[in-house]
Design a protein around this ligand. Structure first.
Ligand SMILES: Cc1cc2nc3c(=O)[nH]c(=O)nc-3n(C[C@H](O)[C@H](O)[C@H](O)COP(=O)(O)OP(=O)(O)OC[C@H]3O[C@@H](n4cnc5c(N)ncnc54)[C@H](O)[C@@H]3O)c2cc1C
Length: 459
């Protein structure tokens, strides 16, 4: 059923979107249209929402028309970049989903070493385009994650210790504001907005494209080392000490997971983005520690490194996450988490410890709206299961472990790992910057048109 028919039959409940259609160049979908059900689905299979309109933009002016249309019709707006955010904020019920997934071009300037990317591009799209020229910037670990949401919330990945967070690499951006106007956010024009989008997510407007700094990145040395789970406490303690002196070229995480053949393991996975021979020397102690059951570290093209974990996070599975920075990675914290993981009900779930440091800490506190520049281990509990019937048991398990780790948590959380967890957690995500972000929100979006996000409420 097309839009007008849906309006006529009463299955759509807003004023006919032909006023939107008049100028809109992309696709407009309402319930009943072929593609509507596919396009409203996002990565987290737990999210099942029905927007009144899905506006699939193909150029910036489409975003502007969609924003104006939403405003005129008092419609709730959700914005979809890569559709990966676990909270499901990319899609709303009874509102307009402004879907950027058709806007995926990535243009590389090899001389200036930057890329201008549209905001529907995934990290797979971005890396493919930039790696043709031996260039890259810090991006997410899964190819289907969107450049948009990840970068606007901060952005950590295999290059974070060498080249900073993804948001540190934003040179400038085009932003559609709440009045539907297009403005530039750069150091020269609206520098406050540039500051805001370096961590503040979608609170201040819809970014249609951004220019990102690129760096020389060729072959890397990377992969995973696995040990049996009974060695988990020793391996994580080793990881903690190893990272104290690791060079910035190495980003390394450790985690409790289950191997594809069903064996509970502890893994260390990392990427050395400098000279391969030097990397071999750096990683030697890691490879010689204990008796690994698998050592898959090898020289790899960066794009291959960027897709190593894809299979573990299938689209449409059911996901429930909890995350927070630890005060410190104490022995007690390690023991508690490893013991709790023993009762995890799903072989698809994992718990990760991520240490950033290096370039991620160089930006002064307050230099970007992303606030967490301290040296700390980030804990990410990723519950992941395929069947709806198992929702209760997996969610209950996640809440239990979360309860158990409370004594070890600081009051800081990475905004991109938040689910729908309430105002206090949003404040923990924006930390010391909250007040300044509030002032910015009052300037750029006083009516809180953009509120399907980790929201800064202007009132
Ligand atoms: C499997 C998986 C792996 C991940 N790995 C990493 C990782 O390695 N590093 C890391 O830092 N994070 C990682 N994340 C977290 C990730 O950064 C967030 O989920 C992020 O929000 C995803 O961005 P997206 O564009 O795909 O999501 P979406 O759900 O499309 O967008 C998330 C939110 O961002 C806002 N937004 C999106 N596009 C725009 C836009 N153009 N303008 C304004 N606001 C916009 C909206 O508020 C939207 O609700 C991962 C998440 C998943 C699910």
């Amino acid at each position: 059923m097309n839009t007008e028919k849906a309006m006529a039959s009463g299955t759509a409940t807003i004023p006919a979107p032909h006023s939107l259609r008049e100028n809109f160049k992309g696709e407009i979908l309402v319930e009943g249209d072929a593609g509507y059900d596919k396009e409203r689905k996002i990565w987290n299979g737990m999210i099942d929402r029905k927007p009144v309109v899905i506006a699939q933009c193909i150029e910036t002016s489409d975003i502007q028309y969609a924003v104006k249309f939403a405003k005129e019709n008092s419609l709730l707006i959700s914005v979809r970049g890569g559709g990966h955010n676990v909270s499901g904020n990319a899609v709303c019920d009874s509102g307009i989903m402004i879907d950027l997934s058709l806007m995926r071009s990535v243009k590389v300037d090899t001389e200036k070493k930057w890329a201008i990317t549209e905001m529907g591009a995934t990290w797979g799209d971005f890396d493919k385009a930039t790696q043709q020229h031996g260039l890259a910037t810090t991006g997410g670990l899964i190819t289907t994650t969107g450049v948009a949401g990840l970068t606007l919330g901060g952005g950590v990945g295999w290059l974070v210790r060498k080249h900073g967070l993804s948001c540190d690499n934003i040179i400038e951006a085009d932003v559609v504001t709440a009045d539907g106007n297009l403005v530039k956010a750069s150091l020269q024009e609206n520098p406050d907005l540039l500051w805001g989008i370096r961590g503040g997510g979608g609170n201040f407007g819809i970014v249609s494209s951004m220019k990102l700094q690129l760096h020389d990145v060729g072959m890397v040395l990377g992969g995973m080392i696995l040990h049996t789970r009974d060695k988990a406490k020793e391996v994580i303690r080793f990881y903690r000490e190893f990272m104290k002196t690791a060079p910035e070229e190495l980003t390394l995480y450790t985690g409790l997971l289950t191997s594809p053949d069903g064996v509970p393991v502890v893994g260390m996975i990392g990427c050395y983005c400098g000279d391969i021979e030097k990397g071999e020397a750096v990683l030697k102690p890691l490879r010689e520690f204990g008796t690994p059951i698998a050592d898959m570290i090898q020289p790899l093209p960066y794009v291959q490194m960027q897709s190593l974990l894809d299979a573990g996070f299938p689209h449409g599975n059911r996901y429930y996450w909890k995350s927070g920075f630890l005060k410190e990675l104490s022995d007690e914290a390690i023991d508690t988490i490893v013991d709790q993981m023993a009762s995890n009900p799903s072989p698809y779930s994992a718990t990760l410890f991520e240490f950033y440091g290096g370039a991620a800490t160089r930006e002064p506190e307050g230099g970007t709206s992303y606030p967490h520049r301290q040296l700390q281990f980030d804990l990410v509990i990723i519950s992941n299961w395929p069947d709806k019937a198992d929702d209760e048991v997996n969610i209950a398990w996640t809440r239990n472990i979360w309860e158990a780790v409370q004594p070890f948590l600081s009051n800081k959380v990475y905004v991109n790992a938040l689910g729908v967890e309430g105002k206090d957690r949003v404040k923990e995500a924006y930390g010391e910057n909250y007040q300044k972000m509030l002032e910015l929100k009052r300037k750029y979006d006083p009516a809180n048109l953009f509120r399907m996000n980790q929201n800064i409420e202007p009132d």
